[in-house]
Write a protein that binds this ligand. Structure first.
Ligand code: PLP
Length: 374
């Protein structure tokens, strides 16, 4: 169905940060499948894990136990500081759906509301679409499910004003990804945590785009010294295999009883074996450290370009503000020149390359971009 504009390029093969199209033209992928391919395309360890699991056991349903999911849950819990439990889904939107349902179950009768920020993006299912703070995306699909309200991003007073006894949770991205790579400071997030504690609300971080090393920490909220109640993730967890996860502190997770929530494919061994391999490689390669160093180099190179007025973001989730040029047109020209990026706003380009991107690849991407901009 025509949910995306017609594609101008068909990719057939990838390796690390490189892609090749159906005419064997080579590209550098600085979008990483929308912040998904954190270890690069066709990573051999992940590919081997998928192949081996495909020959071993792909699916048995959640009526029975399997091994890799438990190991991935334990690893995620460790990276999040411990003391939590995980529900596996197939996507970011479904991870957020799980979080929203958990908040309602935890809140109990009459306490069901979720407050999120304008400019946020939380998914395309009806509930996560309403949580998404972009009213223009709601219009065609009214009526939206009840129980969602939006407040100005990075404005603690606005958040406080939106809280009443029907609210169960606050849902925020540590950096707004789809909304334009928009930042808020530590004081804001610490204030949100305080407010949630005072009013008895869950603080839920949507780390679908920021999670698993991309920002230079395992999770974006870890930059801000706040302890979340719920964290959702997806994208990088499977390096392209569809998998998402909703982590919650054990006391919060305890609100779910058998039968409250489910999915046929969540935690199936093929996806969780891929995720297990992804996490092992990320830890071995120090993915967050790689993102920090590569992000600093990319930022410096972008700022040296005449047409770039500023760069924002963390680690390897970056946006370069252009001097008034049409970012979508620049992204199209970059694609023709062999560099994959996207226009995240009408005036800003987004960069989310694999976290293992090399210095040479960053230099090459900057040279292509310089040529396109001049
Ligand atoms: N949340 C955030 C922050 C995202 O960036 C996205 C996708 O871009 C989603 C949720 C939705 O994830 P998915 O497309 O896997 O459903």
């Amino acid at each position: 169905m025509s949910t995306y504009p017609p594609a101008s390029v068909t990719f057939v093969r990838g390796e690390g940060t490189q892609l090749w199209d159906d005419e064997d033209k080579r590209y550098l992928d600085f979008l990483g499948g929308l912040a998904v391919v954190a270890l690069g395309h066709a990573h051999p360890v992940v590919a081997d894990a998928i192949c081996e699991q495909a020959r071993t056991l792909v699916h048995v349903s959640n009526l029975f136990g399997t091994v890799p999911g438990r190991q991935v849950a334990a690893a995620l819990d460790r990276l999040l500081g411990g003391g939590g439990q995980v529900f596996f889904s197939n996507s970011g939107a479904e991870a957020n759906e799980a979080a929203i349902k958990l908040a309602r179950r935890w809140g109990g009768y009459g306490k069901f509301g979720v407050v999120s920020a304008y400019g946020s993006f939380h998914g395309r299912t009806l509930a996560t679409l309403h949580a998404t703070g972009q009213p223009e995306k709601h219009e065609a699909f009214q009526p939206m499910p009840e129980g969602f309200r939006h407040v100005a991003w990075a404005d603690l007073d606005a958040l406080e004003g939106a809280i009443d006894p029907t609210v169960a949770a606050v849902l925020l991205e540590p950096v707004q990804g789809e909304g334009g790579v928009n930042m808020a400071d530590a004081a804001y997030f610490q204030g949100v945590r305080r407010l949630c504690d005072e009013r008895g609300l869950l603080l839920m971080f949507d780390e679908v785009q920021t999670g698993l090393g991309r920002t230079g920490r395992w999770f974006g909220h870890q930059h801000y010294g706040v302890q979340p109640d719920v964290v959702t993730m997806a994208k990088a967890l499977g390096n392209g295999m569809p998998i998402g996860a909703c982590w919650a502190r054990a006391e919060v997770a305890a609100a779910f009883s058998p039968g409250d929530h489910a999915t046929t494919y969540g935690v199936q061994p093929l996806a969780t074996a891929a995720a297990r391999a992804v996490l092992a490689v990320m830890e071995a390669e120090d993915a967050p450290g790689r993102a920090t160093r590569a992000g600093a180099k990319l930022t410096e190179g972008l700022l040296a370009l005449d047409a770039v007025t500023s760069v924002r973001g963390l680690g390897l989730l970056l946006a370069a503000e252009l001097d008034g040029r049409d970012a979508r047109a620049v992204a199209a020209d970059a694609l023709a020149a062999g560099l994959v990026v996207n226009g995240v706003t009408p005036t800003a380009l987004r960069f989310a390359p694999p976290l293992l991107v090399s210095d040479d690849e960053i230099d090459e991407a900057l040279t292509i971009l310089e040529g396109v901009l001049s």
